[in-house]
Design a protein around this ligand. Structure first.
Ligand code: FES
Length: 150
């Protein structure tokens, strides 16, 4: 192969430039096409019965540790209004508690506060408390939590 003539060298460099442009473009496009075509596995979740409703008076909370790998704080705000959140603060991971007098969640580490919906209302937490789906069936409280990866 002779690359010494200016025309062939120019052709070679032009082809190299096209290849260096096209190959990454094709690779990026293929990545998006594959991501579209191959369905993602949904996170595994499971519904767990956590408590009887009569064991959770209105305005109170209970903490459940290790529910399929999750520590869950359940609070009953009204007759049929029960909510469940992660006890892990979104700031630096301290454990939040339900402040019954204030009617909101408190993280004692840096005085972060979350309203009853989990939204940050004071302090440094950068994000709301992660919440879990709650279902009431007759007198039982069911919570849907992610299943811990093994
Ligand atoms: S760890 Fe909760 S406010 Fe800092």
């Amino acid at each position: 192969m002779e690359l010494r003539t200016p025309t062939r060298r120019r052709d070679f460099l032009a082809n190299l430039a096209v290849a260096l442009t096209v190959i990454p473009g094709v690779a990026i496009a293929a990545r998006y096409v594959l991501a579209y075509l191959v369905p993602r596995r949904a996170a595994a979740v499971r519904e767990v019965m956590l408590a009887r409703l009569d064991a959770l008076p209105v305005g109170t909370s209970r903490e459940f540790r290790g529910v399929l790998g999750n520590d869950v704080l359940v609070v009953r705000l009204g007759d049929g209004d029960v909510r469940a959140f992660s006890v892990v603060c979104t700031h630096l991971g301290c454990r939040v508690v339900w402040d019954q007098q204030e009617g909101n969640f408190l993280c004692p580490c840096h005085m972060g506060r979350f309203d009853p919906t989990g939204k940050v209302i004071a302090g440094p937490p950068p994000a709301p408390l992660p919440s879990f789906s709650v279902r009431l069936d007759r007198d039982a409280v069911y919570v849907t939590v992610p299943v811990e990866e093994v």
